[in-house]
Design a protein around this ligand. Structure first.
Ligand code: ATP
Ligand code: MG
Length: 337
């Protein structure tokens, strides 16, 4: 039976890169049924809200969504759509692969790692922020729970296991923040014992930053709390040449949403020069999640091959002379070979 997924084309360059991505998924014969749903500016025009209830219902029904970048209008009292989705579906794991590709400006080659960031607690509590002392003192609460730590660390180990990865590194600051970060580390050690086949490493966050910059190849899967994960995942994107090729997934018990990390890039929308790679890699992550790892690999290998051999069909941001469509075309040709 074919699997249905909710598809949000998104704003700005979203529709262009989504069309390219769906073309590639079709060529791979993934047997996916696309249910197109509205969100972002398109939804605001049609339904008067950025994320209509029927779109939330569709994501809940199909439990998988592939999402183009969405614009949250600034200054009109709208709260970020991504935050709304994360809260609504309790998407506790933010999963960001960082993979080196040829022809990107970066310091390193052959990086292949994944950061797993806890996405619902830590230093990101909306009710943990307070100004006191006539606005002269700011208080931010960090809250870490056993439940939250356990599910994120277990997610990281299960991900490692499913993808044949060898090592999980838990990043913390338990030496200084003994309560919250200490609990996270304790739980990580406990969960690690359930996975004797996977190497477990613990690293203090400041050292992790230095190690990532000096010797990134030692890392495989990195798991950490919300704020450290925010910072480290962007650091890792920087190691492989920036956000242009960075996919991400937000995963919960009931739903998983796959997306490009970059925004809607309205400055180049409609010009057919948007690079579809990040969304394609998000689609590959989605295929892995659905148990179609070989097809996910086909996208990753295909992108590598196209970047190496078909500069004429690659988008200008990657130094090519092609368009969004020729990029997709080249990938489809590679897949059909
Ligand atoms: P938003 O407001 O939705 O975040 P943005 O313009 O800030 O949109 P970013 O992702 O932050 O989008 O991108 C910054 C710049 O990087 C864009 O203006 C664009 O020129 C470039 N860019 C982003 N994504 C792509 C892409 N997929 N292909 C080519 N260029 C891109
Ligand atoms: Mg932006």
């Amino acid at each position: 039976m074919s699997q249905s997924i909710a598809v949000i084309k998104g704003d700005g360059i979203g529709p262009e890169i989504m069309d390219a991505t769906l073309r590639v998924l079709d060529a791979l014969e993934c047997d996916l049924n696309y249910e197109f749903i509205d969100a972002g500016l398109a939804a605001l025009e049609k339904h008067g809200t950025l994320i209509p209830q029927e779109s939330l219902d569709a994501i809940e029904k199909y439990s998988i969504a592939l999402k183009g970048p969405l614009t949250t209008p600034i200054g009109k009292g709208f709260s970020s759509i991504n935050v709304q989705l994360r809260r609504h579906f309790d998407l506790y794991a933010n999963v960001r692969p960082a993979i080196s590709f040829p022809g990107t400006r970066s310091r390193y080659e052959d990086i292949d790692m994944i950061t797993v960031r806890e996405n619902t607690e830590g230093a990101y509590l909306s009710d943990g922020q307070e100004m006191i002392d006539d606005g002269n003192t700011g208080i931010s609460v960090i809250k870490v729970t056993r439940h939250g730590s356990e599910r994120i660390v277990r997610y990281a180990f299960e991900l490692a296991k499913k993808n044949g990865r060898k090592k999980v590194t838990a990043v913390h600051k338990a030496n200084i923040i003994k309560t919250s970060s200490g609990l996270f580390l304790d739980v990580a050690r406990e969960v690690a014992k359930e996975y004797p086949e996977i190497e477990f490493q613990e690293m203090i966050v400041d050292n992790a930053c230095m190690q990532l910059v000096m010797n990134p190849h030692q890392f495989d899967v990195v798991v950490t709390t919300n704020l450290f994960g925010d910072i480290l995942s962007d650091l890792c994107a920087g190691l492989v040449g920036g956000l242009g090729l960075a996919p991400g997934a937000n995963i919960g018990e009931k739903a998983a949403i796959f997306e490009a990390v970059h925004g809607s890039a309205p400055d180049i929308a409609g010009q057919k020069i948007a690079n579809p790679c990040a969304l394609l890699l998000a689609a590959a992550q989605m295929l892995d999640h659905l148990g179609m790892n070989e097809k996910g690999d086909a996208i990753r290998h295909g992108i590598r091959a196209v970047l190496e051999t078909r500069r004429d069909m690659v988008t200008p941001d990657m130094g090519g002379t092609g368009t969004t469509d020729t990029f997709a075309q080249a990938l489809v040709e590679h897949i059909k070979q």
